[in-house]
Every structure is written in C-alpha cells, then in structure tokens.
Design a protein around this ligand. Structure first.
Ligand code: 6PG
Length: 479
C-alpha cells in the first residue's frame, strides 16, 4: 500500500538520524538500505514508529505516496561533473521504477556540477531532482539541520512541509529555503563548508598563539568558553572550549594534545578554491585555511624542516589578559573577512548563473542547525535584509565599525605572531585582504609597466579616460 510520505535510501548514521527526525514530525517514512539486514535492525530497534522497511527497491518505491519524495543519503565522491558515483548508481536503479514528477533528493555533499548534470538528466526523463546541502552533522540530522535545497522551483511547494518541519528553527523561522534552481543548493553548501574551513582555521590560529604564549589547555578552554558568551558565540567556539576541556581517559592528558596535527579534508574546501579561481573572486582567508590543512598533512616534511629552517624565538611580552583581548579581536575581524569573501563568491556566482540568490535569506538559514551557526549571522542577515545590493559585507555600517575598532589589536596579533615565528596564515591573509580592498591605489601600476615592458600588454593612464590603452617603447635590456 502506498502510505509513506517520504522515503530514504542509505541507513548510515546521518540517514538514520534524518529518518528519525522526519518521523518525529508526524510523517510516515519508507526506508531502504542495500544491505537489507541494516534495514531490519533499524526497524526492529524502532518498533512502534511510523516506518516502512523494504528489502527491494521495487517494494520501497511502491510504499510511497505520489509524487514520490525519495532522499538518497549515500556517499558521493564524484569531483567532476562527468564522473559517476554511488549517487548515480542509485538514481539509475530508481529511474525505471518512478513516474512523472516524482522527486529524488540528494542530501549528501555532492559537487554542484554533478548536481547540475543530474538535474538536467532527470528533467529529460520527466523526473525532478533536488541537490540539497544538509549541514549540522549527525546531531543536526536528528534534531534539526540547516537545509539548502536547489532543484526545480516546482519541488519547493511539495517539499516545504517536510523540510520546514525537520529543519532547525531560529526565532520561529525554519533554517531552510529554496536556494535556487539546479545546483544552487549544493553550491551554497559548498561555500558554507569553505567558510567552515575558515572559521576552524582561525580558531586554531588563536589556540596556537595562546599555546606559544604559555597558556595551559585548561586556561584556553576557559577563554573559548568565555568567548562563547559574547560576540563570538558560535557552535565552533563552543565545541572548541569543550574539546580543550576533554581529558584522555587513560592518561588524564588533554585529549587535544594527544591528537596528531595532520588535518583531513573531504574536498568541499578545495572545490571552493577552484570555483573562486574560476570566478576571479578573492577568498584568501578560506584559501589559507585549505592550504593550512594541506601543509599540516605534510607532517614528515615539517618535522624534517623544523631541524633545518631557522626562525625567531617566541617573544610575546603583553600580559595574558591583554593577549586574550587582542586575539579575540583578531579572530572576530578575520572571521568577518572570511564571511565577506565567501558571500562575495556566492553573489558573483549567483549573478553569473542567474540563480536569483538572496544573501539575506541564505545568511538567515545559517543561523541555526549548521556547523557555522553563530550569533553574528544575525548581523549578516540584517545587513543584507537592509541592503540587498550590499557590495561587500565589510561596507555594512555595523561591520565597518567592528573592523574599525578591532583593527589595532588585529594588526598587533599578526605582528606578534610574525615576529615570534608563529604561523598565522588565515589571520594575515584576512588583514592583507582588508588593507588591499581599502587601498585606493595599489602597486598594480608598476605591475602594468612590467607587463608592457616585456610583452607590450599596454596599460591605461591616470591622466587619460578609462578604456584607452597605451604602450611605451621601453629601453632594450641586454642579458
Ligand atoms: C556540515 C559539514 C559536513 C562536512 C564535514 C567534513 O555542514 O555538516 O560541513 O558536511 O562533511 O564537516 O568536512 P571535511 O572532512 O572536509 O572537514
């Protein structure tokens, strides 16, 4: 009997938690897993809940009300628009079983170009496809994630009751909107992850400065816990405080100090970088974060180089209390820059693709449920709601003021880290962006002279109208 409101394929932890979330909102949900024993165990464990388990895809599809709404929660690993992966395999199996207007939702971290390909492919078959970014990890999936669905606008009215009921809520507003057509949802999730990388790296740089300045791990935990009461309040600051507090059960040592300093990454940050390069948008803070992970993973080389390459002795003379305040400001200012860059990229790409993206609404759905949820996203939401045409977040009056009042401390932190040889690539990249962006004149005049010198690439002149190009007969250089 077709009774289920929603179907989910892939009962790994995220999938299971999403099912329980949907079910808890009053929906009947059909589940399928390739290894059927996983389905049986899941159903047995949750007896009495409105779940329909099937051993075949045919039965699973038959158990769903029309238009069928089927979410796939399998791992995507296609990193180009043409590669085929597990998501494609499931789609191929579903196609012959579905009917016009049925909806397939991919809730994994798929590459947005693969989502665009699937959207077009399924549209040819008169089926509808939604690439939906889902953020919040396992807990978010169970209690309320932030959801970023793309796909045909016609799917939104169908999916809205389910998506809005399962999403996190902030001030009564569900953390889900229809982001835009095609791959827009997965695209925005990709940038969300790039911003997530930036936030995480900035926090790690703050921690590293404190560590070099002689703070104990418990002192640092207290600092992050305290910051989580103020303007930096965010999920990532909160879990940092908790992570620093955690002791190893066997040795009593802070667990963070026992963890090898090699960062993993699954690709969304690197995709963000490539996309920024394609669009000629500067995301230097996010770049620094991705590159910091890459360098961290080259542990053997770093250990060898640590004995070869000289640096200065750490020389931090400010008091601990002053350092905490200064690093707080450096972190806050750099975080603003990171979001300014990520949002600039979303804006640029949205305009190029004609996706009709609304930055205010996107910032609003990041306020809850997702990994980058933070108090200051309220301010970002207000900034774009007040001025949808805002050219750069830094120019919003609230953020302009914060950057103005934090910058002295921000500069001092970058300086003291540099003079003490403590790497702070994301703090410095953020400050470099700020200073470049606010420079009415950059040294690119000399760069243009160099280009014209060796390649006759021509240049514009300050004393002539824009759009007129000139060339100089430069002296010949011998040797
Ligand atoms: C989220 C996260 C999540 C991501 C992990 C791992 O929003 O819930 O972004 O989707 O997969 O954070 O990312 P890395 O392995 O690349 O750090």
């Amino acid at each position: 009997m077709s009774q289920a409101d929603f179907g989910l394929i892939g009962l790994a932890v995220m999938g299971q938690n999403l099912v329980l979330n949907v079910e808890s909102r009053g929906f009947t949900i059909a589940v399928f897993n390739r290894t059927t024993s996983v389905t049986d165990e899941f159903i047995a464990k949750h007896q009495g809940k409105k779940l329909v388990g099937s051993h075949t895809l045919e039965d699973f599809v038959k158990s769903l009300k029309r238009p069928r709404k089927i979410q796939i929660m399998v791992k995507s690993n296609a990193v180009t628009d043409s590669e085929r992966d597990a998501v494609d395999a499931v789609i191929e199996q579903l196609i012959p079983l579905l009917e016009e207007d049925d909806i397939i939702i991919d809730g994994g971290n798929s590459f947005y170009k693969a989502t665009e390909r699937r959207d077009a492919y399924l549209a040819e078959k008169k089926l509808r496809f939604i690439g939906a970014g889902v953020s919040g990890g396992e807990e978010g999936a169970r209690k309320g994630p932030s959801i970023m669905p793309g796909g045909p606008p016609s799917t939104w009215e169908v999916m809205k009751p389910i998506f809005e009921s399962i999403a996190a809520k902030v001030d009564g507003e569900p953390c889900v909107i229809h982001i835009g057509p095609g791959g827009a949802g997965h695209y925005v999730k990709m940038i969300h992850n790039g911003i997530e990388y930036g936030d995480m790296q900035l926090i790690c740089e703050a921690y590293n400065i404190f560590k070099h300045a002689g703070f104990t791990t418990d002192e640092m935990a207290a600092i992050f816990n305290d910051w989580n009461e103020g303007e930096l309040l965010s999920y990532l600051i909160q879990i940092t405080g908790k992570a620093l507090e955690q002791k190893d059960a066997e040795t009593g040592t802070p667990i963070v100090e026992l963890i090898v300093d090699k960062a993993g990454q699954k690709g969304t940050g690197q995709w963000t970088l490539l996309n920024a390069a394609e669009n000629a948008v500067v995301i230097s803070t996010i770049n620094a974060a991705v590159e910091a992970r890459i360098l961290s993973s080259q542990k053997k080389q770093r250990v060898a180089a640590s004995a070869e390459l000289k640096g200065p002795a750490v020389n931090i003379t400010v008091s601990k209390a002053d350092l905490v305040k200064k690093v707080h400001d450096a972190l806050y200012a750099s975080k603003i820059i990171s979001y300014a860059q990520g949002l600039d990229l979303i804006k640029t790409m949205g305009e190029k693709k004609n996706w009709g993206l609304d930055l205010g609404r996107i910032a609003a759905i990041w306020r809850g449920g997702c990994i980058i949820r933070a108090r200051f996203l309220n301010r970002i939401t207000d900034a774009y709601r007040g001025n949808p045409g805002l050219v750069n977040l830094m120019l919003d009056p609230f953020f302009k003021d914060v950057l103005g009042r934090t910058q002295q401390n921000w500069r001092e932190v970058v300086s003291l880290a540099t003079l003490s040889g403590i790497p702070a690539p994301a703090f410095s990249a953020s400050l470099g962006y700020y200073d470049s962006y606010r420079a009415a004149r950059l040294p690119a005049n000399l760069l243009q002279a160099q280009r014209d010198f060796f390649g006759a690439h021509t240049y514009e002149r300050t004393d002539k109208p824009e759009g007129q190009f000139f060339h100089t007969d430069w002296p010949e250089v011998i040797g």
